[in-house]
Design a protein around this ligand. Structure first.
Ligand code: IVH
Length: 672
């Protein structure tokens, strides 16, 4: 038994040291944080039980790996610490009681709460108000000189601005986190994709990779940012007595400080803060992996002190992981409205970001080839926000019995031979409306919210209508009666008559919606609006010429040809005639000078601090928005106060935009 334990310790120490080196020095990540945390926890537990097996180079007694000598190595004046983690309320309570014991007090403790940005730590030294050098954390003792790269970051001051009240210390070292916003990360990857270059797996890796550039001109193009969170060393100036006031002082000196930082007077309020930030986490412009609580009083911090690698007076309260590892069991191809075959990964179910995931999008064959994704591969799955999870990358060193993925020769739904592009990265089913999948997708698009907006026609109901041949083509929707559908599975009398009513209601619609609903290739709702504005009637659209179409803003050659092709197809013309005969009346509607909130649907949940529900409702209605009580697919925004109800989860699942109270107030101010 002890032999087995000793072997396990060696294995865990080696693998964690390797992951540390990749993460801290190379700016790469072979496994997701959750996998690292799991192994680290296992090692710590064994080391606690069998201290005699602990290795001298155990990752539990150091931070990160040794710096590379590409950049000059410099010893930190004062060690750069890491943070211990809390994953549950129990961990937090233990932390708070431990500190109360140390300071020998039963009184509530005051904490500063800060978002924990997921980027890379940096230490800046200013002498006589001038930026002298910038170091990475490295192993906490020795960092690397990244001054040239740091000087390219736009929100870092080169020179500090003092005044009569704000004295600039002769020397000050400050610490913070360099990060890339989600928006700049997407832009960087879009650029990489279009230039056939390697994409970064996440904004953290992108920030780390950017700081590791030997050419600062490349770093300068990466749009990095920083927020500072502590002082590492200071001369000739007495810092304020508390951490929160110190952050205000740093702000006055010209350093960017996170505006979401908050001072609270007990642990319960830290937990509220965790919830509040959790709610708006997806809307934050940068990625965070938790929040940090720090004892506010400097005197108390000093008394509480440090453990080997972290302050005892601070803790990181982590959110559930957004990236996890799982096995890709199978790839299935789904047929889209226009016949394109899209690959979908079927996964070994795994919990990510608190939700069990068993499917992930693979986008297209191009992506599969670029990332070299194969069946049976161990893959990293990422679920950021409410978007469908995606496969970030393959864990190559775990590859075993993998099978390459090929485009199918036959449509998986109707069996028709597929057409493949010359470059073999895309395949299409050529059966058009004869293919059940394409027919169903077209109907679902036709009835969707931005198109004819027919409520009560879920994908399931559409599939029933097609299977039972109640609908053979989309226009048949307008001739169905209650009796035709009342006997369908899970369709009561009430829902049948509701459905028929909403179909009838949709007959009166705008020209733009109708054009969008037709599903012409590449004609989205915006282009549909432009077509409606230009031609104003259906006959004029039907007789449109190429020159006139390309003269419309946003319509290029490809889209113009798609439109002409659509209207030259007799089947499509017959279908349009049938719609009109059955009473569909698309009317051109002049764009009104509405505010952007006109007709947007809001729901409020939880208690708001600064507004009563009624005042919030009146303010929104004054701007033309609707306020309703339940969350449905039609809801545009959910405003979330303290202790939100089940509406919050429902809205999250429906992908509805969520606003915290502060964001809601900003919204109102912006539009008032
Ligand atoms: S305080 C002595 N505050 O998290 C204090 N760290 O896991 C040590 N981080 O190395 C750090 N946001 O890179 C602190 N508001 C914040 C932070 C933060 C992100 C990073 C930092 C640190 C790592 C520890």
């Amino acid at each position: 038994m002890p032999k087995k334990i000793a072997e396990r310790v060696i294995y865990l120490t080696e693998i964690l040291n390797r992951y540390d080196h990749q993460y801290h020095v190379l700016g790469e990540q072979e496994v997701p944080d959750s996998e690292y945390d799991k192994l680290y926890k296992e090692l710590k537990e064994i080391e606690k039980k069998y201290p005699e097996f602990k290795k001298a180079d155990s990752p539990s007694s150091k931070i990160g790996g040794q710096p590379q000598d590409k950049f000059k190595s410099i010893k930190h004046i004062n060690r750069m610490y890491s943070l211990n983690n809390a994953f549950s309320n129990e961990d937090l309570k233990n932390f708070d009681s431990r500190l109360k014991n140390i300071v020998k007090s039963d009184e509530d403790l005051e904490y500063t709460c800060e978002p924990k940005l997921d980027g890379i730590a940096v230490n800046l030294r200013y002498e006589n108000g001038e930026l002298k050098y910038a170091l990475t954390r490295g192993d906490g003792v020795i960092g690397e000189d990244i001054t040239l790269n740091v000087r390219t970051i736009k929100n870092i001051p080169f020179t500090l601005q003092g005044n009569k009240k704000i004295i600039i210390p002769s020397t000050i070292e400050i610490r913070g986190e360099i990060f890339m916003t989600k928006q700049h990360f997407e832009q960087l990857n879009d650029h990489a994709r279009s230039h056939n270059e390697k994409e970064f797996a996440n904004p953290r890796n992108a920030a780390a990779g950017s700081m590791r550039q030997l050419d600062p001109q490349i770093t300068a193009k990466r749009n990095l940012s920083v927020f500072f969170y502590s002082v590492g060393d200071v001369w000739d100036v007495d810092l304020p007595d508390t951490h929160y006031e110190t952050l205000q002082y740093l702000k006055k000196l010209g350093f960017p400080i996170n505006p979401k930082n908050k001072l609270v007077n007990n642990l319960e309020k830290c937990q509220h803060y965790y919830q509040e930030i959790g709610i708006i986490r997806e809307q934050l412009p940068y990625e965070i992996d938790g929040v940090v609580y720090k004892i506010n009083s400097h005197a108390m911090q000093k008394k509480i002190g440090y453990v080997a690698k972290a302050p005892r007076w601070a803790i990181a309260h982590k959110y559930p992981a957004e990236e996890v590892m799982t096995i890709l069991k199978e790839v299935e191809f789904q047929v889209s409205r226009t016949g394109i075959l899209t690959p979908v990964a079927r996964l070994e179910p795994v919990s990510v970001g608190g939700v069990t995931v068993s499917n992930a999008t693979l986008h297209n064959m191009d992506e599969i080839l670029r990332k070299d994704i194969r069946i049976n591969d161990t893959v990293i799955i990422r679920r950021a926000g409410d978007v469908i999870p995606k496969v970030v990358e393959v864990v190559l060193n775990k590859r075993k019995n993998s099978k390459k993925i090929f485009l199918p020769d036959k449509c998986p739904v109707c069996g028709t031979k597929t057409h493949k592009d010359d470059n073999i990265v895309a395949a299409y089913c050529t059966a058009g409306m004869q293919c059940k999948a394409q027919q169903q997708e077209s109907i679902s698009h036709f009835v969707s919210r931005k198109a004819m907006d027919i409520e009560g026609l879920s994908k399931k109901t559409v599939s029933q209508l097609v299977d039972t041949k109640i609908i053979k083509e989309i226009a048949d929707l307008y001739s169905i009666e209650v009796e035709d559908i009342i006997n369908l599975e899970r369709m009561g009398e009430k829902s049948a008559s509701n459905l028929i009513n909403s179909i009838k209601k949709s007959k009166k619609t705008t020209l733009a919606r109708f054009i969008f609903a037709l599903g012409i290739k590449d004609v989205g709702d915006v282009i549909a609006k432009k077509i409606a504005e230009h031609f104003k009637t259906i006959p004029k659209i039907l007789s449109a010429k190429y020159e006139e179409l390309v003269g419309i803003e946003d319509i290029g050659e490809v889209v113009a040809n798609n439109i002409l092709q659509f209207f030259s197809n007799q089947r499509n013309l017959d279908s349009i005639n049938k719609f009109l005969k059955l009473g569909v009346k698309p009317q051109y509607e002049q764009a009104q000078n509405n505010t952007e909130l006109s007709n947007k649907n809001f729901v409020i949940t939880g208690t708001l601090n600064k507004y009563s529900r009624e005042t919030a409702k009146t303010a929104l209605e004054g701007l033309g928005a609707n306020v309703t009580s339940s969350v449905t697919k039609k809801t545009d925004f959910l405003v979330v106060g303290v202790s939100p109800g089940s509406k919050f989860n429902k809205a999250k699942n429906l992908g509805i935009q969520i606003l915290s109270e502060d964001e809601f107030i900003m919204f109102i101010e912006q539009y008032s």
